[in-house]
Write a protein that binds this ligand. Structure first.
Ligand code: BTN
Length: 264
């Protein structure tokens, strides 16, 4: 994997037109934040390895050499900060499309995990810088387990890779190119409409646990069980508690969701 090869494969007008390739870095999200001001909009930071890859909720992201895709997209648009979670949904949809080319049975776990065989193959961490309710930049950080052969013991039962699931080594650049292509398509529509109407049905059709009961984990109000009804056009998850007529909306960032019996 190198910048020239990735650039050759990317066929977009905006996202990934400029590639910053790094053999090794602490975290592509951290690096993207450092260079965002002086970088072109749409710049994609890609690293072969991250020595302190960051996951959500302060976790770390396993990122050794020669295994996965570790990339951060710099978007410089004036997006209202409350719309940023929608970008994460679009990013998840784009990765889903790319992974499905190799593994049709791939699903989304709300809001943005991509799941194969009950295990996670991708995670997304979106960060942004805002000034006076305007966004200076958004960083969409995506980690995809592509050619990972094994995982550290603490995540071995929850993580998988495309290679583990298909038995084949897959070119990372081809997946990066497909993700950029899909992301650009969905993003253009989102920026015009400011909603997720275009992706909503496709997202829900691939949502794991839709119409099943899930565990809603909310550290401030406590956990509860409710039926997942899918997202609305704002990306919120609609849920309904047993014996209740009320449909509640869950906003990502505030809570997480897991299957009643474990991760999915
Ligand atoms: C999660 O916890 O599910 C989110 C994981 C996000 C990992 C990616 S890898 C590229 C980018 N740089 C980081 O440090 N994190 C994100």
């Amino acid at each position: 994997m190198d910048a020239d090869r990735i650039s050759k494969l990317i066929d977009t007008a905006r996202f990934g037109q400029n590639i910053e390739y790094l053999y090794e870095i602490d975290s592509t999200n951290e690096y993207a934040k450092l260079i965002a001001n002086k970088s072109l909009d749409g710049t994609l930071v890609v690293a072969d390895c991250q020595v302190s890859g960051k996951g959500r909720l302060g976790r770390n992201w396993n990122s050794p050499h020669d295994t996965g895709i570790f990339m951060s997209l710099i978007i410089k648009d004036n997006i209202k900060p409350d719309k940023a979670p929608m970008i994460t949904i679009i990013a998840a949809m784009s990765v889903l499309k790319a992974v499905k080319e190799y593994i049709p049975e791939t699903y989304i776990k709300w809001p943005n995990d991509i799941v194969v065989n009950g295990k996670k193959v991708c995670g997304i961490l979106t960060e942004m810088k805002t000034i006076n309710d305007a966004t200076e930049y958004v960083i969409v950080g995506t980690g995809i387990n592509v050619n990972t052969k094994d995982f550290p013991a603490d995540i071995a039962d929850k993580a998988t890779s495309l290679m583990i699931e298909t038995g084949k080594k897959i070119e990372r650049g081809a997946i990066i190119a497909k993700v950029m292509d899909e992301f650009e398509y969905y993003y253009n529509e989102f920026i015009q409409t400011q909603n997720l109407a275009l992706v909503m049905d496709d997202y829900n059709a691939n949502l794991i646990n839709i119409n099943n009961y899930v565990e809603i984990i909310n550290s401030s109000t406590g956990n509860y069980t409710a039926k997942s009804l899918g997202i609305d056009k704002n990306g919120e998850l609609l849920v309904q508690r047993e014996k209740s007529d009320e449909v509640e909306k869950i906003i990502s960032g505030e809570v997480s969701v897991r299957g009643v019996y474990g991760y999915v």
